[in-house]
Structure formats: C-alpha cells, structure tokens
Write a protein that binds this ligand. Structure first.
Ligand code: NAD
Ligand code: DAU
Length: 352
C-alpha cells in the first residue's frame, strides 16, 4: 500500500510526509516540481528510507501522473501542490492559474482514468484528498461568525480565486464522475520549514538579521493560526474517516491581529535570543504599504471536523509559536540556504 503526495517538498507537504512516515509503515510516493518554494532539503532526513520515493515533476504533466499512478498503485492521492503566496499572485497570477487550476484539473483527469481501472474493492477504498484554504471564503467583518463549510465562496486575490476554482473542479469530479474526493479548507499554518516569504518566518528571519519587520497597512488584519502538525493530523483524520464529497474546515480557534502576532514573536525572541544592544526586537517594527485587496479577517469554524471526526489540535498558539521560534533558532542553516539569490530578488521587488 502507498499514498501519493504532491507538493511534498513545500512547507505543509514536507511536514505531512515526515509525520506520516514517523507514524506509519505505508510508503509515500512524493511528487514536487521544486519551484522556488520547494526544498528537497526538507525531506533530507528520509534519505535511505525505502518507504519514501521522491519524484521531481509537475502536477500538470498528465503523462507523468498517469505513469506514477500505474507503477505505484496508490490507495490515495493527497494534493498539496500549489502556488501559495498571495503577494506573488498579485505581482504575477499566471503560475497560479497554471498550477492551481490547470494542474489540479490534470491531476483529476489522470486520477479519474486510474480509478476507473481499479478493482471494485480498490476503487471503493481509493481517496483523492484536495488540500485547500479558508481564503476561498473571502473576508469577514469583525462581528461576523467564523466560516463554516456552508459559507459562500468569495475569493478576493488571484491566489484564492485559483484555489476556489480548484475546489470547484474537485467537487464537480465527485458529483459528475463519482470520484471519491475529500476537501479540507484550512486557516493559516505556521511551524517548521515555513518559507520565509510568509509573515511568521519572515519576521523571525528579519528580526535576527537586524532588518525591518514589515507590517502591511495598520496591522489589524486578523488571521486564524494553526500549528502545521495539527493541520497534518486533521488531514490524516479526514483521509481515514471523511465522508465522500464532503469538505472539512480545519482551524484552531486562534484569531490574532497581525500586529499582535509580531509583538509575540518579538517578545519570545527577546527572551530566547536577546539583541546585543539589550533593546527589544519590537524596535524593528515598520509599517509599510498595504497589500492590494488585503482581506481583513479570516476565522475558521472547525466544529464539523471536531464533532464528526473527533479531531482536536494538540497545540495552543502559545505553545506552537514558541516551538516555531525555537525551530528557527536551531535551524539557521536551513534559512541561510533558502535566503539566497532568488529569495533576495523577491524581497527587493516586494518591499521596495
Ligand atoms: P508551499 O508554497 O510551501 O509549497 C508548495 C509546494 O508545491 C512546493 O514544494 C512547490 O515546489 C510545489 N509545487 C508548486 N507547483 C507545483 C507543480 N506544478 N507541480 C508539483 N509541485 C508543485 O505551500 P504550503 O504552504 O505548503 O501549502 C500547501 C498547500 O496547502 C497549498 O495547496 C495551499 O493552498 C494549502 N494551504 C496552505 C496554508 C498555509 O497557511 N500555508 C493554509 C491552508 C491551505
Ligand atoms: O489563510 C490560509 C492562507 O494563509 C494560505 O492559503 C496561504 O497559502 C498562506 O500563504 C496564508 O496566506 P496569508 O496571506 O494570510 O499569509 P501571509 O503570511 O502572507 O500573511 C499573513 C498576514 O500578514 C496577512 O494579513 C498579510 C500580513 N503580512 C504579510 C507579510 C508577508 C504583513 O503584514 N507583512 C508581510 O511582510
């Protein structure tokens, strides 16, 4: 038995594969295009593990996907592969359309052809789990209740629009072709291997490098934070027990304003690795131009997943964020390897 995981060298995909193989004997075929966000080093600890096969490739490559399915006969596909950074989607949406929409479509087509040829028993057991985001629901006002699975789709960025399109395709393949799909819509993740273009790892990296900590607009935008390993445990739970064709919201009930998250990071760093001059890292906070179309608030109502599948996050924001800061402090070589040429070009374009 094996599972096929796409986007396995990215932030959440790598955490998922590492956790899976730490807890399961079942093999993982991992596929990643290794874009700027994909880092083979994330899976380095699996070198020599015969349960893990890494393939460099594109989810939009129909021939490759068909071949991988044929050779490895996975009992499930977990689709993490995506362009994931909202700011990049604003500067250049094309890759988001290609990977998130066309790529997911090609995956669905290849999986549909594969599924048709399986024995009745294998076809019944097979699952295609699509990993998506809370951003498809749009933005909440301060008083509105958190997003449930019934919330209308109102994506506001090219990134969220492309994820919404992929979610609709996945839904359609279930309703039209009977493909056994599951979709998860998760809130903001944080934790090890988070690429330092995203708020939390960017702030940790810039703080330690003595650089400004850029806060978009007034810093009062709210995100709902979940430790990445809790997202991974939710995906395993949905894969195991989710009802076919259903969607499950994943979140930890941890709404925080961006400025409060940055203050927390500065305070933890002040304790764990104080600045040489004795001042707080808070001094490096700088308010910069807002993100165009910046969604004001996301909040996930995860009660369906908790009620129906008995899932609960293991970490609070306080425990998870401290673990995360400590991981970055102990893995500076990982950050140094990433923050080279291409990363520096991006930062100078984005924060000019
Ligand atoms: P990431 O950008 O860190 O990783 C994405 C991975 O996909 C990279 O390794 C990249 O090389 C790979 N990839 C990109 N295009 C590909 C293609 N065409 N073919 C094969 N591989 C390709 O993203 P992430 O934060 O790990 O997000 C993973 C998934 O989870 C995405 O689908 C994202 O929309 C979703 N998600 C992310 C969050 C979050 O907070 N990060 C929250 C909810 C949902
Ligand atoms: O909600 C889930 C989504 O969370 C995922 O679908 C996306 O893939 C993931 O990137 C993330 O999107 P966000 O846009 O919420 O994450 P990001 O880390 O880019 O930004 C978090 C908040 O911080 C957001 O309100 C923008 C703000 N921000 C971000 C950066 C990079 C800043 O104020 N300054 C910054 O420099």
């Amino acid at each position: 038995m094996a599972i096929l995981v796409t986007g396995s060298a990215g932030f959440i995909g790598a955490n998922f594969v590492l956790d899976w193989l730490a807890q399961n004997s079942e093999a993982v075929i991992s596929l990643d295009k290794l874009t700027y966000a994909g880092n083979a080093e994330n899976l380095e600890s699996l070198a020599g593990d015969t349960r893990h096969t890494f393939v460099k490739g594109d989810i939009g490559d129909s021939g490759l996907i068909a071949e991988l399915l044929e050779i490895h006969q996975p009992r499930a596909v977990i689709n993490f592969a995506a362009e994931s950074h909202v700011d990049r989607s604003i500067l250049g949406p094309e890759d988001f359309i290609q990977t998130n929409i066309v790529g997911t479509f090609r995956m669905l087509e290849a999986v549909r052809a594969y599924h048709r040829k399986l024995s009745a028993e294998a076809a019944e057991a097979f699952r295609f789990l699509h990993v998506s985001t809370d951003e498809v629901y749009g933005s909440l006002s301060p008083a509105e209740p958190a997003f449930t699975e019934r919330h209308q789709y109102e994506p506001n960025s090219p990134y969220s629009a492309s994820k919404a399109a992929s979610d609709h395709l996945v839904r359609a393949y279930h309703h039209t072709y009977g493909l056994p799909v599951l979709t998860t819509n998760c809130s903001n993740n944080y934790g090890p291997y988070h690429f330092p273009e995203k708020l939390i790892p960017l702030v940790i990296h810039n703080a330690l490098a003595g650089k400004p900590l850029p806060i978009y607009g007034d810093g009062q935008q709210v995100r709902d934070w979940l430790y990445v390993k809790d997202h991974c445990s939710a995906i395993r739970r949905v894969l195991e027990g989710g009802a076919l064709g259903e969607t499950y919201n994943v979140g930890g009930w941890n709404e925080k304003a961006n400025i409060d998250v940055v203050h927390t990071l500065c305070d933890i760093l002040d304790e764990e690795q104080p600045r040489d001059d004795g001042h707080s890292y808070r001094q490096q906070i700088t308010f910069v131009k807002d993100r165009p179309g910046h969604d004001r608030r996301y909040a996930i109502d995860a009660s369906k997943l908790e009620r129906e599948l008995g899932w609960k996050p293991a970490e609070t924001f306080e425990s998870g964020i401290r673990k995360t800061v400590r991981w970055y402090l102990s893995n500076q070589h990982w950050v140094d390897n990433i923050t080279s040429g291409a990363y520096r070009d991006w930062v100078s374009k984005q924060y000019q």
